[in-house]
Design a protein around this ligand. Sequence first.
Ligand code: NAP
Length: 222
Amino acid sequence: MSETIAILGGAGDLGQGLALHWAKAGQSVVLGSREEKKAQDAAARIKAAIPDADVAGLENAQAAAQGTIVILAVPFSAQAGIIKSIRPSLKNAVVVDACVPLAAVIGGRPTRMLGVWEGSAAQAARDLLPGVTVISAFHNISAEVLQDLAATPDCDVLICGDDAAAKERLSTLVKLIPGLRPLDAGPLEMSRVVEGITALLISLNRRYKVRHSAIRITGVGG
Ligand SMILES: NC(=O)c1ccc[n+]([C@@H]2O[C@H](COP(=O)([O-])OP(=O)(O)OC[C@H]3O[C@@H](n4cnc5c(N)ncnc54)[C@H](OP(=O)(O)O)[C@@H]3O)[C@@H](O)[C@H]2O)c1
């Protein structure tokens, strides 16, 4: 099916990185921001890199209304507020949560996870979106690598969720980005583990003095 991908936090690092690749692959992308002008400027940056990009910039709720797939790419500390602001605008979209509840979002260490009452950021998103299909992905990919179209990411994208069809739709979009392999990582509750891998990767980056450690799962084919 043809998708319109709305990226909330689309002017941010992860949002821009994903938007660049999907625009390059010919997908329709709508960038969301709290400020329409910021979203428009972000869309203009994508257009500058990919002149024939099908990309627009809108305020978050308006962007969410356009999306068949809505990516939530905002800091965990902003997640609940953004969800509440866009909730009435969603039109049967699949929401993909990419938030990682690192302690850094409240001034703690980036190698530590916050305890989330619901189990994970993704489950917190689901609880705020009754009746909406929520899945999660992209926690373990470096936004910096994604923002460099000359670089090829080397990473598996672990997708968690309770709706197989929604995970399949996102897998199709992940496969459009060179170097990324989508894997079905099981139910949404598995997102707690996947989100935690990000803290591990940040710790490895520091220990080995690198910037973009990532994960590959072996033994699953594909
Ligand atoms: N960076 C990475 O490498 C990476 C990788 C995997 C997953 N993630 C996860 O993806 C999410 C986005 O990461 P990021 O690095 O792209 O974040 P970011 O650039 O710091 O922020 C993304 C956008 O969120 C909005 N935002 C920031 N603070 C906010 C606040 N207090 N209230 C409401 N909105 C706010 C801003 O959009 P507007 O000002 O335009 O509204 C901002 O452009 C995070 O949860 C992160 O854990 C990041």
